[in-house]
Design a protein around this ligand. Structure first.
Ligand SMILES: [Zn+2]
Ligand SMILES: [Zn+2]
Length: 399
């Protein structure tokens, strides 16, 4: 079937996909609590004749569909199901019914798009091999993909390649974008605890070791890591997000302990190693210069999302077959993080972005903001992309 026919057919049940998407939007569930969403996904997959495995990585779901033609190859298509801890500010009918929780990253749309593809492909099994539909929990916590992998995802449901799809506000509906190599950053947390004697700040500063002086120097020194320790062309970010110490009601007391925490974003393991080493060196040397000690902790959270060079053309061809080559763009690397990175670290594949559109004046509500919403106009196209990708990857009989 020509690929534009895929889109036409899926558009025929777009209303049903929109209803599913809005239902999920109204009932957002956060990290590893995606019980209702997972049940809905499993029910739909069963309805369309897929083999369903639940509770893969706590609340993850895998739907398995075998093609009618002989083939040993298998591919994984992955959607995320979790919401964010954000109070929704939208007033439309399908707004969140759960206080403090919201689908502000469009994972409701991602889930509905992959369901749409499952429905289409269950009616069109003329492909050679197996498709694993992977619905993962807890993407926003960067722990859901890992939980599924640790629960044997790729041993129990082997695949030769794995693909991801995420909406992008600002890219017009009807367009796609990706790039070979790193597409999203690795994202880690770090923290330093400075310890000293503390003391009577007003009367006897000379009798104390002052952790706030060490902290002050450290806060500025952090910003020398990028320009002085990384190559000038190396993209990375190091930022401070939390500082605490002392008691608000006791400004005359020098604290004996202060804590600083922050994030690091990077695209290559070398850059990560340098940032990690320099944070500890700066903390320890500046603490020692001021008679204090420093304990530096580095928490690797999520590796960079790296597209396999040989899989990007496959993803691009799948999208181009639907919208034309001119509507599949190259996208710059983003310093956002994405836990699909854990899957791409195991299997070759590609992460694709699908346009979520903008307002007529070019403005848009970005993901992770309280007025964001997934654009239902992109739903059928996203489902069609997945189906087109399966035709692309599992076209040839190999038995
Ligand atoms: Zn997000
Ligand atoms: Zn997201």
């Amino acid at each position: 079937m020509p690929r534009d026919a895929i889109l036409t057919e899926i558009q025929g049940y777009a209303d049903e996909l929109i209803a599913i998407r809005r239902d999920i939007h109204m009932h957002p569930e956060t990290r590893f609590e995606e019980v209702r969403t997972a049940a809905l996904v499993a029910e739909k997959l069963r309805e369309w004749g897929l083999e369903v495995t639940e509770k893969v990585g706590v609340t993850g779901v895998v739907g398995t569909l075998k093609g009618s033609r002989p083939g040993q190859r298998a591919i994984g298509l992955r959607a995320d199901m979790d919401a964010l801890f954000i109070e929704e500010a939208n007033s439309f009918a399908h707004r969140s019914r759960v206080p403090g929780k919201m689908h502000a990253c469009g994972h409701d749309g991602h889930t509905a798009m992959l369901l749409g593809a499952a429905r289409y492909l269950s009616d069109h099994r003329d492909f050679a091999g197996t498709v694993q539909f992977i619905f993962q929990p807890a993407e926003e916590a960067a722990t859901g993909a890992k939980a599924m992998i640790e629960d044997g995802l790729f041993d129990r449901f082997p695949v030769d390649a794995v693909y991801g799809l995420h909406n992008s506000p600002g890219i017009p509906v009807g367009e796609f974008a990706t790039r070979p190599g790193p597409i999203l950053a690795g994202a880690d947390f770090w923290g330093v605890t400075f310890r000293g004697t503390g003391g009577h700040g007003g009367a006897a500063p000379h009798l104390a070791t002052d952790v706030t002086v060490a902290l002050g120097h450290f806060l500025l020194a952090v910003h020398t890591i990028l320009p002085r320790n990384l190559h000038p062309t190396e993209p990375a970010a190091v930022s401070v997000g939390h500082v605490s110490g002392g008691a608000f009601n006791s400004p005359n007391v020098m604290p004996s302990e202060v804590v600083v925490r922050g994030t690091a974003r990077f695209f290559r393991p070398d850059a990560q190693a340098t940032i990690r080493r320099r944070l500890a060196e700066l903390a320890e040397s500046l603490a020692s210069a001021h008679g204090c000690t420093a304990e530096a902790v580095y928490e690797p959270l999520c590796p960079p999302t790296v597209n396999a060079a040989e899989k990007v053309p496959v993803a691009v061809a799948a999208a181009a077959a639907l919208v034309g080559q001119g509507k599949v763009g190259d996208i710059p690397m983003s310093t956002g993080g994405e836990d699909f990175a854990f899957m791409l670290a195991e299997k070759p594949g590609a992460f694709m972005r699908i346009g979520n559109g903008s307002n007529p004046d070019g403005s848009f509500h970005n993901v992770h903001t309280p007025l964001y919403d997934f654009n239902d106009e992109a739903l059928a196209l996203g489902s069609a992309y997945w189906a087109s990708l399966v035709q692309q990857e599992l076209a040839l009989d190999d038995a």
